[in-house]
Design a protein around this ligand. Sequence first.
Ligand SMILES: [Zn+2]
Length: 365
Amino acid sequence: MTSSAAPTSAPYTLESMLHAIPKVELHCHLFGTVRHETFKQLNLRAGAPLAADEIESFYTRGEKPVGVLRVLRALDAQLVRGAGDLYQLTLEYLQDAASHNVRYAEFFWNPTGTVHGSGIPYAMAQGAIVRAIHDAQQEFGIVGRLIAAIDREASAEAAVEMVEWVKAHRCDEVIGIGIDYRENDRPPELFTQAYADAKKAGLKTTAHAGEFGMPWTNVRTALDVLQVDRIDHGYTVVDQPDFARQCAERGVIFTVVPTNSYYLRTLPPERWALDHPIRKMPGLGLRIHPNTDDPTLHKVTPTKAWLMMVRDFGFNLDDLRGFMHNGLDGAWIDDTQRRAWRTQWSEAFDTLRARLDTEPTSSPL
Ligand SMILES: [Zn+2]
């Protein structure tokens, strides 16, 4: 049924339309979704290891954002202390995503930090997150799936160990592995063994590559050596058009992040939207899908991430309809579900579009 897409007779603004369209989210980190209030509660529960002004600084997004990795490390090292914390964070993330009509979310969690930093055994941690996934589906109607992510700042051995934990506790809700944290000096090839083990065990795979201005060859390594199913970020492919064309021909899906800190920090504000690689990627034939990454820390929502694709990067609604299909094609769902959602969501998109007050026009480069 698509009747819920048009609850009133009032016209839709672009923002309310993008709120209403059914969405998948494929690139979001659990520790980047923590509500400000919850962060303060976790700090109190842990005996207030962080000063109040430090927490405020975590939740302040300046014009040149320093990035969020220090916040994620504080959660592992100081704040997340029990499986119940992971349950709460997961339930709240999925509730927040569902409130923006995200129907299906694949989200990252780093087991290495939880086990070695927080001291929570893997089975207990995974169990709490999976319980929250079940409860969120019951309460909010959203389907959540977990991607166990390699901490690339840790050793290759730790990555192999992490994949062993996932294999030893297989369940349907944990569908694949990824890799994140700082890519500088930690190229994908360091983690070949962990990826080979994961693929052999039937897990899906993705990788952050070509982020932080790291070379496009990291994207190639992720695709050709790690043999990942999709790419997170991948922006520097625009530096090498021949390789971009190969990615386009292969139909690689790139999960992109309009609020990515690196480009906000390094491009001049007046050029940021114009020179951003996201703007160039579809023109090279690349298949992209917009995501929130670390929504509460980036001050973004799924609706706003989609809105930025129009307002900042100049895409039109035909482009967005294509991005929606890219998301469904990149999602690790079965083909029956994929086909059903493609039909239903395309109808919902078109119904909402017909009731838009003013259709945006594209502003290509
Ligand atoms: Zn990310």
